[in-house]
Design a protein around this ligand. Structure first.
Ligand SMILES: Cc1cc2nc3c(=O)[nH]c(=O)nc-3n(C[C@H](O)[C@H](O)[C@H](O)COP(=O)(O)OP(=O)(O)OC[C@H]3O[C@@H](n4cnc5c(N)ncnc54)[C@H](O)[C@@H]3O)c2cc1C
Length: 439
């Protein structure tokens, strides 16, 4: 006999599981979430780092969460989720002072609902900034924005909020490639990041900017094929189609608001509750067992918000899974795009050479600081990282939250997050990692 019983039992309290739980609870099901950690949220976590009084995020940092339907459906803005929107989007600065500034093309016009509206003014500002470097690249961006508005955005939204299509049925993004008016050339689906960069842009600046931001978006490198979804999304991000936002109080405020929404719908959650097994009877999931042996019955379903490897190999077990699925789960690699992630405490905000030329550069939500060398970003950067642990030329992306959210640091102080790439942990010995730390 089970120790407790719910319609739906959810393993892991990451923000995706929380959103699912909120919708199920809102539709009348009794839902309980079991989370191994001390708080809900998973990757949307924040801690007091690197010094007392500084709030830093360790995973999800910059967010476009306002665009998720759950934001409005559960009134998360009223449940304490407060976002702030930098005036400019992604910026890119080079050592010689050249720079690119992009501006949100669909800025948020209503913070309570997350409603966005197309801003022709911001789009023009982005074209102007790029045209200083290359008229042709600015025209490419104009073309991309037009196609994004009319064709790409509806396809992205449809695939994002629909179940995967059955075998042989194209999803909305795949259908774009059949539409000659879509502007999305089918060959983009098989191009590497470097090929896309060189095909789309003529300037070294835009090529390097696109490639480095692609790493941030998907953890991939110049030689990777990112497919149609990756290409669409990265172009949209580099050009700041959607406004980036900073979560006041840290990313875990997203989880806190979802947690409140779940409680308001009658859902339950349990932290420090690690799940060990899904209980299966006659091929159907009937509940879970925690590591302490407690058994929980699921009257309608068990949902896992945990990675597929653990879900398949540990919770369900090989006896209930086909060899093909087991093989595929085992083939998932989690250590290809590793990050050096630095949460920095500062007495004052940094100054950039580009600021001398354009005061808007400092208003960029994030700044990509790289050298101007397409070949370096396409291949040598990764080669140096994987061989030596760190590249000769850092390729930083920097977020300075306290420019807009001063409460994330003690009065008069600042924090920032800086990201570069790292090799898989197993490539270096413990001694080599410690040497790198000192460097
Ligand atoms: C370094 C880094 C930087 C990132 N930067 C960004 C960013 O800037 N913006 C952005 O939008 N996204 C970013 N992401 C991605 C984002 O964090 C993830 O996509 C998101 O957190 C995934 O959410 P999830 O709910 O699917 O899973 P997770 O957040 O991984 O949640 C899974 C939960 O399951 C729990 N769990 C695991 N095992 C068990 C068990 N046996 N029993 C019970 N509970 C268990 C975990 O503790 C966790 O809470 C970043 C991720 C990383 C790692």
């Amino acid at each position: 006999m089970a120790d407790a019983s719910y319609d739906v039992v959810v393993i892991g309290g990451g923000h995706n599981a929380l959103i699912t739980s909120c919708y199920l609870a809102a539709n009348g099901l009794s839902v309980a979430v079991f989370e191994r950690s001390h708080e809900l949220g998973g990757g949307t976590c924040s801690e007091e780092l690197p010094l007392p009084g500084f709030v830093s995020n360790q995973c999800s940092h910059s967010t476009r969460f306002y665009s998720h339907p759950a934001y409005a459906d559960f009134n998360l803005a009223e449940k304490g989720l407060d976002l702030v929107f930098p005036e400019a989007g992604c910026g890119c600065g080079f050592p010689d002072g050249t720079y690119i500034v992009t501006y949100p093309t669909w800025p948020v016009v209503d913070k309570m609902t997350g409603k966005t509206e197309f801003s022709a003014e911001n789009a023009e500002k982005t074209f102007k900034s790029i045209a200083r470097i290359s008229e042709r690249d600015a025209e490419t961006c104009r073309f991309i924005f037009e196609k994004f508005r009319t064709k790409w955005l509806p396809a992205i939204v449809e695939t994002q909020y629909s179940p995967p299509t059955p075998w042989g049925v194209k999803d909305a993004v795949e259908r774009l490639m059949d539409d000659p008016e879509s502007g999305f050339d089918p060959v983009y689906a098989v191009m590497t990041v470097e090929q896309l960069a060189r095909d789309l842009f003529e300037s070294v600046e835009m090529q390097c900017f696109f490639m480095r931001r692609q790493s941030t978006q998907m953890g991939t490198y110049g030689e990777d094929v990112i497919g149609p979804h990756g290409a669409l999304r990265n172009l949209a991000t580099v050009l700041s189609v959607a406004a980036s936002s900073i979560t006041i109080g840290g990313s875990h405020s997203i989880a806190h608001a979802l947690q409140k929404a779940l409680s308001d719908q009658g859902g339950k959650f349990f932290v420090h509750h690690e799940v060990d097994k899904v209980l299966v009877e006659n091929g159907t999931a009937k509940g879970i067992r925690l590591v302490d042996g407690t058994e929980i019955e699921a009257k309608k379903m068990v949902i896992s918000g945990v990675d597929p490897t653990q879900t398949i190999a540990r919770f369900i077990g090989p006896e209930y899974v086909s060899p093909k699925l087991l093989r595929r789960a085992a083939n998932i690699k989690y250590d290809r795009g590793q990050l050096h992630w630095a949460n920095v405490a500062m007495h004052e905000l940094p100054k950039y050479t580009a600021d001398d030329y354009d005061p808007d550069f400092i208003l960029c939500a994030n700044k990509t600081l790289i050298i101007k060398d397409t070949d370096y970003h396409a291949s040598k950067w990764k080669a140096e990282i994987w061989l030596d642990g760190m590249a000769k030329y850092l390729a930083l992306v920097v977020w300075e939250d306290t420019r807009w959210a001063p409460m994330k640091a003690p009065p008069g102080k600042h924090n920032a997050m800086a990201e570069d790439y790292a090799p898989p942990a197993r490539f270096l010995t413990e001694k080599q990692w410690l040497e790198l730390k000192v460097k």
